[in-house]
Write a protein of this length. Structure first.
Length: 255
């Protein structure tokens, strides 16, 4: 099968920044700079449509982002809430009372909001609510790390080899060793996040659950790019001379 050539990587248009906060203006200026450097050609990304393709790519070094549209059609996210209201309800069942809310788009602030406040926030019309980002929500519901990632995760493989016995004498220790560093991201319309790199760029993945989230990535992933991201984050757009790729992640997509 060939990728659908009518599938445009991103249709997102960045809104105009109206914030008077100097630090927020700097983030928006950077965002508009990298948006102007984006290239929409298919050479910007590696598309996959099968297990064989993805497994082969993950077994060797790769320098371009990997995208599998509608990944969840083959690997459904059973047990994961598919709407924001269901997700917040599930967090309440787990006894979670608050989430940290970031507003990088207007005020450069962060605060803790009670779950009831967050429910009210998302119940309001999108154009009336502030652009809040709820980050680092540890997945305590059900692990959904793609099997392809588990098979080549060097940290996981090393932990398995050190675990020794997996018998009843050490069940909690074993569970902790194998725990997945998996998080939910929850965000409002027009919210943004500063540029950063996770786990030195090693096997970081995202699966879309609900809505649309736009991602900006350097067109070529190299050791030099990782180092720049880790040291300088979003302060030096000129350092990414290969340009950027902009991808809208929709429900079911794997990046």
């Amino acid at each position: 099968m060939q990728p659908d050539t009518t599938d445009i990587l991103s249709r997102t248009i960045i809104p105009t920044n109206t914030s008077t906060n100097e630090k927020v203006q700097e983030i928006w200026t950077f965002l508009h700079s990298i948006d102007a450097m984006c290239q929409a050609d298919e050479a910007s990304i590696t598309r996959v449509m099968s297990d064989e393709q993805l497994n082969s790519l993950l077994l060797r070094d790769f320098e371009k982002p990997i995208l599998w549209r509608n990944f969840a059609e083959r690997y459904p996210l059973h047990g994961i809430p598919s709407s924001i209201s269901d997700f917040l309800r599930e967090l309440g069942k787990l006894g979670i009372e608050k989430l940290e809310a970031h507003n990088y788009a207007e005020e450069d602030t962060n605060d803790e909001l009670y779950l009831d406040e967050i429910v009210q926030h998302f119940a309001a019309p999108p154009e009336t609510r502030p652009p809040l980002n709820f980050l680092d929500i540890r997945n305590l519901i059900l692990s959904r790390v793609p099997v392809h990632v588990n098979q080549v995760d060097l940290l996981r493989l090393a932990q398995r080899r050190k675990a020794g016995s997996a018998g009843k004498g050490r069940p909690l220790k074993v569970l902790r060793d194998y725990a997945d560093h998996e998080f939910f991201l929850l965000s409002s319309r027009h919210s943004i996040s500063p540029l950063h790199v996770d786990t030195a760029g090693q096997l970081t993945y995202i699966v879309g659950i609900s809505g649309c989230k736009t991602w900006y990535l350097p067109r070529r992933f190299t050791a030099a790019k990782y180092e720049i991201l880790a040291k300088f984050g979003s302060s030096t757009p000129e350092a990414y001379y290969d340009g950027w790729v902009k991808v809208d992640i929709m429900p079911g997509d794997l990046l």
